[in-house]
Every structure is written in structure tokens, then in C-alpha cells.
Design a protein around this ligand. Sequence first.
Ligand code: KG4
Ligand code: ZN
Length: 360
Amino acid sequence: MTTAAQARILGIETSCDETAAAVLRGDRAILAEAVFSQLDLHALYGGVVPEIAARAHVRKLDRMIAAVMAEADLTFAELDGIAVTAGPGLAGGLLVGLATAQALAVVHRLPLYPVNHLEAHALTARLTHDAAFPYLLLLISGGHCQLLVVEGVGRYRRLGTTIDDAVGEAFDKVAKMLGLGYPGGPAVERHAREGDPDRLPLPRPLLGQPGCHFSFSGLKTAVRHRILELGREAAEPRTVADLCAGFEAAVCAVLADRTRRAMRRFREAYAAPPVLVVAGGVAANRAIRAALEELAAAEGFSLLLPPLRLCGDNAVMVAWAGLERLAAGLPPAAVETVRIRTRWPLDPEAEPAPGAGVKA
Ligand code: KG4
Ligand code: ZN
């Protein structure tokens, strides 16, 4: 009988523009991992094109799975299960990953664990830092911007979410307006480092307002107006740097303000040691990391930041989420009946956030 610590799971991730596979053991050993980023395929279009993404997953996934299995030196019969992202994300990509996982599970008679992509981000800190439940999570990515309490595997309480754009989306759109290419986050960060954040100040939406929700569309529009006002000057390297620095400073201020409110709520509601975990692709941003470090120190929270390679999309986190389910004694799915879920909120009970484009 395999113990939870000995269990070995293959993880598969295809929900957006990264094709990824990994093999993990329950004792936290990463036996193999691979990520193929499709950035070059989408850069031409300034964003992810779903059909191109799905086709690239089809082309890459089988060989990538074979490669990680070879690196882990395992046969499929030696696995204890397969974990696959079943949502939320782009339908085409999710279907490629799920169909592949289902076929492998049927052929090799393996348990199948459909994983929520957000849950995989949320649980990464337990793999990297052995974080104990409950903890406060700031999830900042291209598709999401949420504050949640992670109470246990499958148990989440949402404190705040964006009422319009996700924070990564705002980075990407600002980069596009300034002609910095896709993905925008790393480019905006690079230019911001050379800029003066105070020369062209930008608004800080919802700063100081009650609640823990976020809003970024007004900030994005403010950048657009600034660019129009500046005219040709907006293309000058110094101005681009100052706009990026001003934008990044506004994002840092808003994230810190909303997170501070969530920290105080966490302290009121839970007797546990105060811990803040940050996850998602935007967590790679150094200015944001620094702002959150300062905030955590001021509020007496421990801050856990996953290593950069596990901030973005990857399959290590998916395999880990499967291992968490296995260790918690949660049953695998009935293989044939699993369906993708393009929308899949972690806290379905959460009250809808006010605003137009509400994101779960
Ligand atoms: O988690 P992720 O890899 O994919 C999603 O699940 O969305 O996040 C991708 C997002 C993109 O919007 C990208 O521009 C942003 O993360 N990002 C960054 C940085 N690196 C990636 N944003 C700001 N600063 C960065 N250094
Ligand atoms: Zn993600």
C-alpha cells in the first residue's frame, strides 16, 4: 500500500498559453517538470489567441508528458494518479489537457484528479513553504485578482476580487498602449525601473474605500488619457519609463491598501498565526514584492512568496494540488464524466462584487 508521502502523480496544465507537465511525489520531491511557453506564437497578436493556444497544446503535450515520465524514470503503471487542470481557463486548451489525462487514466487504470487552476496557485505555498491552513492569499495573475482565505483543501473564503480587469491584464494593456509588446508585465517592470513614479502621477482606484475589492480599468483609462495628452512626447523613452513607473506605483499602492484591509479581517476572524501568501504571474514583479514585504512587516504578517518559476503557470502546482486531494482522502473523479469548467470560482458562496464585468 502506497502512503500519501510515497504517492506519485503526473500533473498536466493547458488552461492558457503555457503547456506544462510535471511528476511529483507526496514528500514534495519534484521528480520532473517541463513548461513550454507559447509567448512567441501570440506576441504578434498582442495577446493570447485561443485557437492558436489549443493547437500548440496538441502539438506539444504528448511528447512533453513522455519526456517528464522518462526524466522521473517511471512507467504509467507506477503512478498513483493524474492531476489535470479542468478550469477555469480557455475551453480549447482545457479540452486538450483533460482529454489527454482521461485517455491516460482509462488506459492505465489510474485515478484522475480534476484540478481548479486557481486552487493549484493557492496551494503552491504548501509545497514550497509547508504553509499551514488557514492563510491569507493574494492571487494576482493575467485573469484574476483576488484576496482569499485558504481554510483547507477545497475550502476557500473570498474577501475581495476585481470588479473589472485583472491586474496582469492591466499591465498587458498598458504595455500594448506604450508599444512594449506582449506579455506586458515584465516589459512594464523593466521600463519602470528607469522611471520617476512622481512625474506623471496616476489615480489609485478604490484606495481607502471600504471592502477588499479591486478595480483597474480606471487606471488603464487614465494611462490612455495621459498618452493622448502627451502626444508625441509619449513615445520618448524617458516618458515611457515615467508612465510605467507611475502605473506600477499606483498598482503597488492599491494592492497594498486592499491587502491591508484583508489582513485586518483575517486577524479578526481567525486565531491562526498571520500569514500572507502571494501567487500568480504578477507575483514575479519586484516592486510589488517589495511593497508587500513592507506591508507584511508593518502588519506583523509572515510573507510567503513562491519562487519565480512557480509564480507563473506550471504543472508542478497542478500535480501538487492532486497530491493534496489524495492526502486529504478526497475521492478521484469518475473518469468519463469529468467536464471542463471555463468558469470555476473557488468560493461559489461569495457575494457578487459590484461592478460591470464581474469576475468570479
Ligand atoms: O499566472 P499567469 O502566468 O497566467 C494566468 O493564469 O493569468 O500570469 C500572467 C500575467 C500576465 O498578465 C503577465 O503580464 C503578468 O502575469 N506578469 C507580470 C510580470 N510577469 C508576469 N506582471 C507584472 N510584473 C511582472 N514582472
Ligand atoms: Zn495562472
